[in-house]
Ligand binder design. Structure first.
Ligand SMILES: *Cc1c(COP(=O)(O)O)cnc(C)c1O
Length: 425
């Protein structure tokens, strides 16, 4: 459920007509619904009712400062994967003890910054990383709290680029070697073991892979406790999928996911963390774009939009489907025709959809890409020297630009020409 609905024939973001925003900020742009973000966060929070828990928003899915502030005010923690994300979380006012640091390649500088600023725990993904963290922390007279990310070797049955829990993936340490690695951790001077971490992938549309993984984590918890480790926290990762098409079977609900967590690890007396990204932000955002041309090709018509793969890369990167809807609601029973929907970038991969049935559209008509709030704006680039597109947040009948569109001058102004090239102009 989200808050992008037609009212009196025009698409609204909560109480604001999308066309009104387009008229003021220009297209393309991202638009987020505060009510949807809040609602999705609360669904997770309530699903874990009865367990000592913290929902850490995976901010790689959407790291705009306003979005972070909104979720932080709801009590969210943050799952960060870089020094830049850590800095953003702190800038949004998230206290260090609500920030979990994930990622396979943390640098010593990133470790130091997080230890200085405060951190709930590092999710450690390898022995070399653990040894480096121990050195950094010990050098600062600290012990770094860690969970070790174990790779449970389960098939998440999702797109290959976002599956992370099989033994051939680069993530975590094999669960079969966990006891050995925890033994080393316990002996390191700059490390304090607090828990276990697992994250098996993204856009999971079934609960079974979670069940397999969490059952293995519960067994490991018992084994590690027998070995003398004080395992008091379980980070169970993110990854619950969202419906990208209206017609799709609905993915599992946070409530059922919460019940699964209680069933598999609820009796261990551990504090539980989860790290949902997409399910909180995905359906809380749309990307609005304008038709520039309608071009007739060999046996097919192309809708050429002003939005492109550099603005929303998921279709070209993950073969992802986004529902694309006209901002003016088509009349009931209106004629439909198939279009190839493309952007202006000079790549054949800059194709959002092929032979997609749409109502007949004209130049200057607006369309909205649904489910674009996660892995949308954050993955954008300036390829083809197209400035990053603005982000807008709607709350009720209020709206505000939360990241503005840079001018060409601002974009170009970041480049620097060495003086030996300036000299003899
Ligand atoms: C990407 C990621 C998440 C969030 O995944 P979603 O599918 O957006 O819920 C959580 N934890 C880790 C470690 C991740 O890499």
């Amino acid at each position: 459920m989200d808050h992008f609905l037609y009212r009196e024939g025009v698409l609204h973001a909560e109480d604001v007509p999308v066309a009104e925003i387009a008229a003021q900020v220009g297209t393309p742009f991202y638009c987020y619904s505060a009510a949807t973000l809040t609602r999705h966060f609360r669904l997770f929070d309530e699903a874990l009712d009865g367990l000592d828990h913290l929902v850490c928003f995976a901010m790689k899915s959407n790291s705009n400062l306003a979005v972070l502030k909104l979720l932080a005010a709801e009590g969210a923690g943050m799952d960060v994967v870089s020094g830049g994300e850590y800095a953003r979380a702190r800038a949004a006012g998230v206290p260090g003890d609500r920030i979990v640091f994930s990622g396979v390649g943390k640098t010593r500088d990133e470790m130091r910054a997080a230890l200085e600023g405060g951190i709930r725990q590092f999710n450690v993904e390898s022995e070399p990383e653990m040894r480096a963290l121990s050195e950094v922390a010990a050098g600062m007279g600290q012990r770094a709290p860690i969970a070790i990310r174990v790779n449970p070797d389960v098939d998440a049955r999702t797109h290959a680029k976002i599956a992370t829990g099989k033994s051939e993936n680069k993530f975590g340490i094999p669960i079969a070697r966990a006891r050995e690695v925890y033994a080393e951790a316990a002996a390191l001077p700059g490390i304090e073991v607090v828990g276990i971490d697992v994250h098996i992938g993204s856009q999971l549309v079934e609960l079974e892979p979670f069940e397999l993984a969490y059952t293995k984590v519960a067994e490991l918890t018992r084994a590690l406790r027998d070995d003398g480790h004080d395992i008091r926290r379980l980070d169970l990762g993110g990854g619950l999928g969202i419906p990208y098409t209206r017609s799709n079977e609905a993915p599992p609900l946070p409530r059922d996911y919460g019940d699964l967590i209680k069933r598999t690890v609820g009796d261990l007396g551990c504090e539980v963390e989860i790290e949902p990204g997409r399910l909180i932000s995905g359906n809380a955002g749309i990307m609005v774009s304008k038709v520039i041309y309608v071009k007739s090709g060999e046996g097919r018509d192309f809708l050429i939009l002003d939005g492109a793969m550099n603005d929303l890369v998921r279709p070209s990167m993950y073969d992802a489907h986004h529902d694309i809807v006209p901002v003016i609601e088509p009349a009931a029973g209106a004629e439909q025709q198939p279009y190839d929907i493309v952007g202006p970038v000079c790549e054949t991969g800059d194709t959002f959809a092929r032979q997609r049935p749409m109502p007949v559209l004209q130049p200057d008509d607006l369309v909205a890409f649904r489910s674009a709030g996660a892995y949308g704006a954050v993955m954008a680039s300036e390829y083809n020297s197209r400035p990053l597109i603005p982000e807008v947040l709607v709350q009720g009948d209020k709206w505000a630009v939360i990241r503005s569109r840079p001018s060409f001058e601002e974009m170009i102004g970041r480049d620097q020409v060495p003086d030996w090239l300036e000299a003899d102009a």
